[in-house]
Design a protein around this ligand. Structure first.
Ligand code: ADP
Ligand code: MG
Length: 320
């Protein structure tokens, strides 16, 4: 079997004269957790709809589990669990009854359905709420029920559209951990879309940065950093006292320091072309200032995102 579970080739969707997805090519490997990251309107949901065969591409191809989603949507739906961004349940039915209903649609025997639904409800932490009406569930509980619902047919792939939207931070952490465990334990390939950087960074093996219908970069977070911050790969955060202007100027004059961002009066973030931590320590101490801390940070998605989204549209286009 092909190691690539999701294959997009020059996938394009045009609405009228607006291109929502522009020549998107992307391969996702079996067992991978992939984050499609981009702001609202980037084209994430449109891409997912094309993967599920729910909307037709204008051009290009999309294959999921080896099947062309446009020509063979049923084969794709049999193998893929899809959690839309506005998941709907039968509000009058309990969590358990909702899962049993899905199981019946998937032609599962009653016995097997009860067994699997019960196990899944336990797995997603809804054991105690399983008898309560879905209509009474909180947003976080609905998302967990949604996850159980997409898992009931034992899919090879799950596709989750903004699954953490509207969940409180603690709930988000637990929910993402759950996705990660499920992916690991059951060898499920996961594609999730999000406009929350930190969340995606937590659990994804790779991410794709998607803006204005175009994919700007793909890779692990550190690969993205290397691609996007090739010229100044080292980020060093200093906590200095008193943090004089004289010191600030001295630091800025160092050839390896390209920029300094003031987090606050005493906390400065230096973008450097080399790791000059030892030299910085010496310089600060010999200037008579106190160095409370020096932290070497890696560029994370947040820096990437800010850099790429803050008024750099022309650069963004060039990179794509
Ligand atoms: P995301 O999920 O990343 O927020 P979407 O895929 O929902 O982005 O939308 C991408 C762009 O395509 C948006 O500008 C949206 O307004 C537009 N769009 C989405 N669906 C339709 C549609 N059915 N008709 C016209 N325009 C659409
Ligand atoms: Mg969307």
């Amino acid at each position: 079997m092909d190691q690539h579970v999701i294959e997009l080739e020059k996938l394009t969707k045009v609405y009228g004269d607006y291109t929502a997805v522009d020549q998107l090519s992307l391969m996702i490997r079996r067992g991978e957790i992939f984050g499609l990251l981009g702001p609202n309107g980037a084209g994430k949901s449109t891409t997912i709809l094309m993967m599920m065969g729910l909307t037709e591409p204008t051009s290009g191809t999309v294959r999921v589990c080896g099947y062309d989603s446009t020509r063979n949507p049923l084969s794709v739906k049999q193998r893929v669990g899809y959690l839309p961004d506005d998941v709907g349940f039968y509000e009058e039915l309990s969590g358990l009854e909702n899962l049993l209903y899905t199981a019946r649609l998937n032609k599962m025997s009653r016995e097997m359905a009860v067994e699997r639904a019960t196990a899944l409800l336990r797995r997603v932490g809804l054991e105690e709420a399983s008898g309560k009406k879905a209509g009474t569930y909180s947003r976080g509980m609905r998302q967990r029920l949604g996850l159980a619902d997409v898992l009931i047919k034992q899919p090879e792939v799950i596709i989750l559209d903004e699954p953490t939207l509207g969940i409180d931070p603690e709930g988000v952490r637990e929910f993402l951990q759950l996705i990660q465990e499920l992916s690991r334990d059951e060898q499920i390939t996961v594609l999730l879309s999000s406009h929350h950087l930190h969340q995606v960074q937590q659990i994804c093996d790779r991410v794709g940065l998607f803006v204005g219908g175009r994919l700007l970069a793909v890779g692990t977070v550190s690969q993205l950093s290397q691609q996007l911050f090739a010229e100044e790969p080292f980020l060093i955060e200093l906590h200095v006292q008193p943090g004089s202007t004289a010191l600030y100027k001295k630091l800025l004059e160092l050839p390896e320091v390209s920029r300094i961002e003031r987090v606050d009066a005493n906390r400065w973030r230096l973008s450097c072309t080399a790791n000059i931590a030892p030299a910085l320590t010496q310089l600060i101490v010999s200037s008579g200032e106190q160095l409370h801390s020096l932290t070497e940070k890696q560029y994370g998605l947040d820096e990437i995102y800010h850099r790429y989204f803050a008024g750099r549209d022309s650069d963004v286009r060039k990179m794509a």
